[in-house]
Design a protein around this ligand. Sequence first.
Ligand code: TRP
Length: 338
Amino acid sequence: MEKKEIVLSGIRPTGNLHLGNYFGAVKNFVKMQETHTCFFFIADYHSLTTHPTPGNLQQNVRQVLVEYLAAGLNPEKATLYLQSDLPETAELYLFLNMNAYMGELERVTTFKEKARKQPDNINAGLLTYPTLMAADIIIHKANKVPVGKDQEQNLEMARTFARRFNHMYNVEFFPQPSAFNFGEELVKIPGLDGSGKMGKSEGEGNAIFLMDDPKVLRKKVMRAVSDSGPTEINQVKPEPIENLFSLLKVVSQPDVVDYFNDQYNNCNIRYGDLKKQLAEDMIAFTAPIRERIAELNADQDYITRVMNLGAEKARESGRHTVEEVRQIIGFRKYYPFT
Ligand code: TRP
């Protein structure tokens, strides 16, 4: 049998999933689990850089897992696990850190940004974020890493660390992971505030969460930024209007999009009508996911079983890598955790 390519991605356990996450990432993951050997993990070690309380950590990790399951990730098809349930990751991180240099780590944009945002908490975990991320990826010898643009430099570092290890020990052990998007081009999902992409840090009302109650959702959409309407036939749409149409395109039927497009082009569009339609189509789209979130939240035993299954599958893959790494490095052949 042909060996499937290994896909891996990490999920930060922060906040709830919104439509931007769904159409920008999760939908891809759901498709990939059908065709690739997939590992998706919740990056709970990484989350310690911001010092969550034990209660918050637990709660966030569970909620993220619930929402990803509700959105269609399947624990039987993909390996869904918590990073901390594969502690060999931390060991590999230690090894990689011995060959990761201060200068190169300090130059990473995501580090510089975070250091700027939290000047009182520039900890070593923040600096070595790329080595931990590299360990996450190469512990399963992943080939493809579906991540957003903002993570490309971290991925480049992962390639560097993998190459450096191979070179140092003169082995062809770790493959070079590359960025990956599945199927059609990634859709950029704009927010409701008139400019830029959907995100939870862009302010109240900008993002539509899968969890949003229909009432809240309607309110957010009705308040979305628009303008006073086109004044010329076939006028180019300004950004806030283009954004509303982009959202319509992902949740509504093509004839609905065409209808409002014609209305716009003929200068008789009523944004109120468009927004009402958009809100209802978003509600129809999110309703089954929201129901599933509620069901899963009511069955924490199931969530625990999903975590246990994931931990088992992840360790089955990851611990072999680290066992071999220990031997390549020159440690004695003894593995205490089997
Ligand atoms: N850094 C990623 C983010 O912020 C999360 C992440 C951690 C990750 N480890 C990873 C992504 C490994 C891909 C592969 O979104």
